[in-house]
Design a protein around this ligand. Structure first.
Ligand code: APR
Length: 246
């Protein structure tokens, strides 16, 4: 592993454009359960609550699960070492952007600036009727489902549900960075969900070296990964940080 980490450190230092594509795995060591694999959310809860059609037809039932799974869960989580190393790489101009599938806001809270939220985020609620939008506020939780103060329609979290399209700016920015990347770190993702998983694929097709960090092989590993650093995100990124900065 030591040689692979040294090789990865060299690739990152030499890259003109280095990016990171992150999935739920990077937040596991912050106490946020992944969606799949060991302790995965979809092994305990029906994904239907995040299907737009089901949510619109059953807002009360869906909101009880959504608030428990995401909003209650996220407030206790803190950025971990892996989030912080990515923020340090960006501050040292060794990482130009993070494209994340995560909606937990931990990259921002770790200090990363150029964060593209491919699946939106959990900082805001929006009204699908009148486009009212608000940052999360405690008074919104007085009763579920939270309702729009302007038109009383049910408010929806500002993250992407199954059946919803990817925010167009996040989508296009992600592929602009994918094409520009000389190196892309792919951290903590099964690579099972599209179109997100096509971002590292596009980077690879455009000539990027893919450095994957994951305790388990993913859908990327045998197909597009050039360097597989097998391990937990905090451990591997700590080793990378040492190899790059000392
Ligand atoms: N460090 C790094 N990776 C880890 C760790 C860890 N400590 N623990 C688990 N992982 C890896 C798992 O091996 C797995 O590959 O994280 C990945 C988690 O997979 P998923 O839960 O499927 O996460 P992700 O690929 O981000 O899911 C994509 O699915 O439900 C949708 O919108 C949701 O954004 C999510 C998308």
């Amino acid at each position: 592993m030591k040689d692979a980490v040294s090789e990865a450190a060299l690739l990152i230092k030499k890259a003109r454009t280095c990016t990171a594509f992150t999935g739920a795995g990077i937040s596991v060591e912050s106490g946020i359960a992944p969606f799949r694999g060991e302790g995965g959310i979809w092994g305990k809860y029906d994904p239907k609550y995040l299907e737009l059609s089901y949510f619109l037809a059953h807002p009360e039932e869906s909101w009880v699960v959504i608030k428990k799974l995401f909003f209650d869960h996220f407030v206790q989580a803190e950025p971990n070492k892996a989030h912080k190393v990515l923020a340090r790489l960006e501050a040292a101009d060794l990482l130009q952007a993070i494209i994340t599938q995560n909606i937990d806001n931990l990259h921002h809270r770790a200090g990363s600036k150029q964060v593209i939220e491919f699946h939106g985020n959990s900082r805001r609620l929006v009204c699908l009727e009148c486009r009212y939008a608000t940052d999360i506020r405690d008074d919104l939780w007085q009763s579920l489902p939270p309702r729009c103060p302007q038109c009383t329609a049910v408010l929806k979290p500002d993250f992407v549900f199954f059946g919803e399209s990817i925010p167009s700016e996040a989508f296009s920015n992600s592929f602009v960075y994918a094409v520009k990347s000389d190196v892309m770190l792919v951290i903590g993702s099964t690579g099972e969900v599209y179109p997100a998983a096509s971002v590292p694929e596009h980077a690879r097709q455009s000539g990027a070296k893919i450095i994957e960090i994951n305790p388990q092989p993913s859908e990327f590993t045998g197909r597009i990964t050039d360097l597989f650093l097998q391990g937990k995100a905090t451990e591997v990124l700590s080793a990378l940080e040492k190899a790059i900065f000392t």
